[in-house]
Ligand binder design. Structure first.
Ligand code: OSB
Ligand code: MG
Length: 369
């Protein structure tokens, strides 16, 4: 296929309620979309980068800039030799910027698969037609407020609860949720790097709650520290931020730092690299689950396809649209008996709704050869 133009769209999508992590609190989902226009048709992707470089070093305006200045020119230059599979090798010279690379690769994969009438699910190797849904619950101002949200999500039917934690918001909220909802609740925590090697005893106290996992407790660059922690505590250590490629996943597993892996396609440079991480993990007997970056429908659709691969054996953060948004940018994804259906249409299987996209659009720019 040949890339003719790329539209970069900046959207501000209101969240139903503030989402607070150990690194930020957001009311608005501020993102960049990549709309690829090719000679075989169009494709869409949502870039995972936040407004600020707080989850990773990337940020939405930075992603747009690196796409415009460096990544897109190389893809335009391929002319008719462009395929979704050629994106990563072509852009390999550019260090980092995996979220920007993931966005253009995904938009081109969407265009390519729509043109060949193939779904993301079948291209990636999905084996399920629906996936179990978990929900990520932010840090709250009070325990009663937390209980109100958790109760609501359980009433909706979510099959597992992930609590965001940080020093000062860990033992008590986890204890309360575990005691209130009982031993059968699938419960896990995510620290987004908020702890250090000096906090191992604090983290060990969480062992009494029989958690599924503790996600990214310490600095993302401290893989060895996670291996030491994994030896020290009973709760399985799961890596998110640290795992930026299949090679790093292989090494983290060998070190004993990753007993479980959260695969987030945007963090690792796209769906093709995500499948490699899935395969490396599967071969090593390490379960994976699908994380998210609060994506609207066009991002969520592709994540659901990935989450339908066989080694995704734990419920993901692939929640329904209504968890985040009053109005999603596509037909909403709905929860049925705790599961969400994997899209079956060509490409990502959903289309942006133009009036809604217009309503949330902050700016648009067309980039051409
Ligand atoms: O660490 O998994 C994370 C949201 C934004 C940035 C990082 C994370 C998250 C979540 C929610 O936990 C994921 C989601 O529901 O999309
Ligand atoms: Mg995480």
């Amino acid at each position: 296929m040949k890339l003719e133009a790329v539209e970069l769209i900046r959207l501000d999508v209101p969240l139903k309620s503030a989402f607070r992590t150990s690194f930020s609190s957001v009311n608005l989902h501020q993102v960049v979309w990549v709309h690829a226009i090719t000679d075989v048709g169009e494709g869409w992707a949502e870039c995972g980068a936040n407004e600020r470089p707080d989850y990773s070093s990337e940020f939405h305006n930075g992603a747009a800039t690196v796409l415009k200045s460096f990544l897109l020119p190389d893809l335009f230059a391929l002319r008719h030799d462009l395929t979704a599979e050629s994106v990563a090798p072509t852009l390999e010279w550019a260090k980092g910027h995996r979220m920007a690379k993931a966005a253009i690769e995904t938009a081109l994969l969407d265009a390519q698969l729509r043109a060949s009438n193939t779904s993301f699910a079948s291209y990636l190797g999905a084996t399920k037609d629906k996936v179990p849904a978990g929900v990520s619950v932010g840090i709250m101002d009070s325990l009663p407020e937390l209980m109100k949200f958790v109760e609501g999500y359980l009433a909706d039917g979510y099959l597992r609860i992930k609590l965001k934690i940080e020093p000062g918001w860990d033992y008590e909220p986890v204890k309360l949720v575990r005691e209130t909802f009982g031993p059968d609740l699938l419960l896990q925590v995510d620290a987004n790097t908020a702890y250090t090697r000096n906090d191992f005893d604090l983290l060990k106290r969480l062992d009494e709650f029989n958690l599924l996992l503790v996600e990214q407790p310490i600095n993302e660059e401290d893989v060895l520290g996670h291996a030491k922690l994994a030896d020290y505590i009973d709760t399985p250590v799961c890596l998110d931020e640290s795992i930026i490629s299949a090679d790093i996943a292989r090494d983290a597993i060998e070190l004993g730092a990753a007993e479980i892996i959260n695969i987030k396609p945007s963090r690792v440079g796209g769906y093709i690299e995500s499948v490699k991480i899935h395969n490396v993990s599967q071969a090593a007997g390490i379960p994976v689950w699908c994380g998210g970056m609060l994506e609207t429908g066009i991002g969520r659709a592709a994540n659901l396809a990935l989450a339908a691969l066989p080694n995704f054996t734990l419920p993901g953060d692939t929640s329904a649209s209504a968890r985040y948004f009053e109005t999603d940018t596509t037909e909403p994804f709905v929860l049925v008996d705790g599961h969400i259906s994997v899209p079956t249409g060509p490409g990502i299987g959903v289309d942006p709704i133009p009036e809604i996209v217009d309503r949330f659009t902050v700016s648009r720019e067309i980039v051409r050869h």
